[in-house]
Design a protein around this ligand. Structure first.
Ligand code: GDP
Ligand code: MN
Length: 399
């Protein structure tokens, strides 16, 4: 397995703890916090797009709602002069595949005239442990590109979470970026403050406006939205939790989330179950070293009770690509004998066709191995080391 693939898996684990919102949902939240956006409507069919354009009136923009950027370049954003044109443009965009994301929803909004494109975002700077504002008058393109090509144009400013946002901070961002028009300065200062309110108020991890436009009349507003909310805070925000598009996600990943199992789908044939992200990552490597490919990445975390094992096995075995399952457990707080009993209880409650290899090490490992050896269920193999376990799992997968 390539390093990139592993890192992607790692990111997916990180991302599994976040809810990404569609542009129109983020704009809904912007509006709630008083950040100016254009009037718009969602649509899922060309007919709905036409009706939306009729209600809105005038020229509209038809925008693909997918959880990936660069929609403009991919043909996912089109201007329409009238309702019939909106219907035609909707027909072109619906069903489009934008980097693996199929367009099922559109956002139709009043078309804006654009004089300038700025960029404004707030996110967490994990290194400094503070929220970080980024602002530049070089908007419309990827911020990574701005940071690389014109780093001086990108203004960065941390906010002390305890002190909270201070109005002088907005002024500092605006002056440092070189916004000279007093009307723009005033509007942007308000938007910066409201974006901070939105970020804190929704427990967001990222609020990005790219582009933040200035119209020829000098009006500043958010033309796009990228909004990511912390999964762990969704209990506090049931309305935002409901925005999750479960249909767009991998059905197994959705099932895993429902059951509270960390699960990431990969391409291979060996299903992997471990406790702790670090151990699971090295298990991916060892499977690779043994000539196999992981089918997924499943982390039991601290739990190893029957319930957790059943949940994880249920998710893993639903993946038709899985030919064998490798349980790699290092007992710390989790006791190996408990995991062993969990595995046996799981096997009593469900039929598993794939062979299972178990490696137990750490706290109560010997006891755990004995529990399994005594019960000796068919199709279950116990190995003492991670490498032996991985080899056995790969061998069984290729049988
Ligand atoms: P992204 O490509 O996924 O980031 O989508 P954006 O919403 O940022 O739109 C991309 C680009 O499409 C913008 O930078 C604009 O140049 C253009 N665009 C989007 N909406 C409008 C609009 O209402 N009017 C005009 N003239 N251009 C628009
Ligand atoms: Mn954008």
């Amino acid at each position: 397995m390539s390093a990139a693939r592993r890192i992607a898996a790692m990111f997916a684990v990180t991302l599994a703890a976040a809810l990404d919102l569609y542009e129109y949902q983020g704009k809904q939240l912007f509006k709630r916090y008083g950040i100016p956006v254009s009037d718009g409507r969602p649509a899922t069919t060309p007919e709905e797009a036409r009706a939306a354009a009729e209600e809105i009136g005038g020229q509209v923009v038809v925008k693909a709602q997918v959880l990936t950027g660069g929609r403009g370049k991919a043909g996912g954003i089109k201007l329409a002069d009238d309702p019939a044109d909106a219907e035609a443009k909707a027909r072109e965009i619906l069903g489009l595949d934008i980097r693996g994301h199929v367009v099922r929803t559109l956002w139709i909004e009043t078309a804006s005239e654009i004089a300038k494109e700025y960029y404004l975002s707030i996110t967490f700077d994990r290194g400094v442990k503070k929220p970080l504002f980024m602002f530049t008058t070089h908007g419309g393109m990827d911020i990574e590109e701005v940071a690389e090509k014109t780093p001086d144009a990108l203004v960065r400013l941390h906010v002390d979470a305890l002190e909270g946002f201070q109005p002088y901070q907005a002024r500092r961002l605006i002056y440092a970026a070189g916004v000279e028009d007093p009307g723009e300065q005033k509007q942007i200062a308000v938007i910066v403050e409201k974006l901070y309110d939105a970020f804190v108020g929704t427990d967001a991890m990222l609020c990005e406006i790219n582009p933040l436009i200035v119209t020829p009349e000098g009006e500043v507003k958010a033309l796009d939205s990228k909004f990511t909310v912390d999964d762990n805070a969704l209990d506090k925000h049931p309305d935002i939790a409901e925005m999750r598009d479960t249909a767009a996600a991998d059905p197994l990943e959705a099932l895993a989330r429902e059951k509270g199992v960390t699960y990431v789908k990969l391409d291979g044939e060996v299903g992997i179950l471990g406790n702790g992200a670090g151990l699971v990552m090295s298990t991916l490597d060892v499977i690779g070293l043994s000539g196999g490919e992981p089918a997924n990445f499943c982390d039991l975390g601290g739990g190893g009770d029957a319930e957790g094992v059943v949940d994880a096995l249920e998710v893993i075995t639903k993946d038709p690509q899985v030919k064998s399952i490798f349980f790699n457990i290092f007992g710390g707080i989790t006791r190996c004998d408990e995991v062993a009993r969990g595995i046996l209880a799981a096997l009593e409650r469900m039929t598993i066709e794939q062979p299972i290899v178990v490696r137990l090490d750490g706290t109560n490992a010997e006891e755990g191995r004995k529990v399994l050896a005594d019960a000796a269920p068919a199709g279950l193999y116990v190995e003492a080391t991670m490498l032996d376990g991985a080899r056995k799992a790969v061998e069984l997968a290729h049988d």
